[in-house]
Structure formats: C-alpha cells, structure tokens
Design a protein around this ligand. Structure first.
Ligand SMILES: [Ca+2]
Ligand SMILES: [Ca+2]
Length: 269
C-alpha cells in the first residue's frame, strides 16, 4: 500500500524525510522579493489588485483571493492578449489568486516568491521546504508575465510539489491542475485517483531540479508532474490553477505543497 501521509502531518512527514536524509536536507530559503514587502507587486509590477493582498498573506485558513485571474490586479499584461517581447520567463512570475484551506501552515507569508521562479527540489528522497501549503481544498492561481504555455510534442509544463520517495513508495499529496487562457474559463486535468500512480494528479513525482535548469525543462531529468495541453484539446494557456483535493481530508492524505510551475513549451521562446 502506498504511503500517502499528510494533512497536519505534512511537515512532520517532511521532517521525517529530512531526518532520514539528513546529509541532503535542504535549507529553507527566504526569497528576498517575497520578504521585501507584503505586496506581490514587488516582483513585477502587478500592483493594486485584490489578488495581491490575498497573496500577501494573513492568517491561514481563510478564503483569500479577491479579484479573479481575469482581472489580475493592475498588470495590463494579464488583462490583454499575450504579446511576446523576446523570450518570456519559463517559471511562474505572479500569484494571481489564492484560497487557502485548513492545514495551511507553511509558506504563505513568503508569497509570491516561494512559488515563483524555479523549484528548489530536494531530489529523490527529501521534500523541499521552499513551498507554500494550500491547505485542504485550497487553491492557488499562477501567471507568467510575458509568456504562456503552448502545446508542443509531449508535456508542455511541469508542476513541482515536494513529493519524494519514501521506502518503496512515494510521499504524495495530491491536487488537481487546471489551465486557462483567459483566467475565466478553466480546464481541469482529471484527478480522482487515490492510489499510485495517481492518474493526472499533481504532487506525486519527486522534484529533481533545484534552481535554474541548464537547458529546456524536461520532466525526465528535472522531475515534477508533467502536463500536456493536448490531453485537454488545448493549444495554449496562460494561467495555471492548482486545487488541493478537498476529498482527501484525513490525516493520511496530505495537503498540496507548491514549489513552482515551469513551462516546457513557451509561447514566447
Ligand atoms: Ca503537448
Ligand atoms: Ca519554491
């Protein structure tokens, strides 16, 4: 039977893994952007939106997310059609919206930096702490300023949680991944599995990448949970929303810990 620890046990599980792999224990990082102020606008100009305040934190457990992805604060880049201005960022740049659930106990005060940019993966056998817990049933919406995801051969983007191998199983904490082109209409990759290999749920594959990759993102070498827009019949997406599985509320099924989201096939290469 798979090991699927969790909920309030999420960090305990992480701690256990760190103890098991003490020599490889990742060091919690403090993103200078995130801690530079409560405003997500510090990272790239998305100032003024209600979503920014939601991302800025507060007490865990409440419903955040005033302001939808369609009206992403004051950033015209998200309100208008994507126009490429050279190569776009390959990792999420903005937290557009949040709605945290019970069990949100880590990382919220470090938004947006803790979930933007590249992952800080802990490798096969330990989970990164550079993550934000969503809480049970919680969600987070990310955007890529100046870029989008397009359908190319195979997987088009990767969601990085902090899953890791634990014995012969995987410490998995599941979420549904959704994409949108306009921030209004969403398309979900089906995630209803409760046993390995967890179907199209995110939060199952260890994160092997830590920091910027040397080349294009590749789930085979960088880990994470890969997604193919073609599976949903889509050709492009600009926003990724991750929704913790609300039905997995027991202490044996944890809450999703988001590290990063990266593009394999960028709209602005
Ligand atoms: Ca594809
Ligand atoms: Ca991170």
């Amino acid at each position: 039977m798979q090991t699927s620890l969790a909920g309030p046990l999420a960090l305990i599980g992480i701690a256990a893994a760190l103890a098991a792999c003490a020599s490889e224990a990742p060091v919690p990082t403090t993103d200078p952007v995130a801690t530079g102020g409560a405003s997500a606008g510090g990272e790239g100009g998305m100032g003024g939106g209600g979503a920014v305040a939601a991302a800025g934190g507060g007490d865990a457990g409440g419903a955040g997310g005033a302001g939808g992805a369609g009206g992403a604060g004051g950033d015209p880049g998200f309100d208008e059609p994507l126009v490429c201005d050279g190569p776009g960022p390959l990792f999420a740049t903005h937290v557009i919206d949040t709605s945290f659930g019970p069990g949100q106990s880590w990382g919220r005060d470090q938004l947006p930096g803790i979930v933007t940019g590249p992952p800080e993966g802990g490798g096969c056998c330990s989970g990164s702490l550079d993550v934000c817990l969503l809480g049970n049933g919680g969600s987070i919406t990310l955007g890529f300023a100046g870029n989008g995801i397009v359908d190319g051969p195979g997987a088009d983007f990767i969601v990085f949680e902090n899953a890791f191998e634990f014995g012969e199983s995987v410490f998995a904490e599941l979420a549904t991944v959704e994409v949108s082109e306009d921030g209004v209409t969403w398309h979900a990759f089906p995630c209803d599995a409760i046993a390995e290999p967890y179907g199209r749920c995110a939060g199952y594959h260890p994160v092997l990448l830590s920091g910027e990759p040397d080349g294009p993102l590749d789930p085979a070498t960088h880990g994470g949970d890969p997604y193919d827009l073609a599976d949903l019949g889509l050709v492009q997406a600009r926003f990724v929303r991750i929704v913790d599985r609300p039905d997995l509320a027991s202490e044996l099924d944890g809450v999703f810990d988001l590290d990063a989201v990266g593009i394999i096939h960028p709209a602005c290469p």
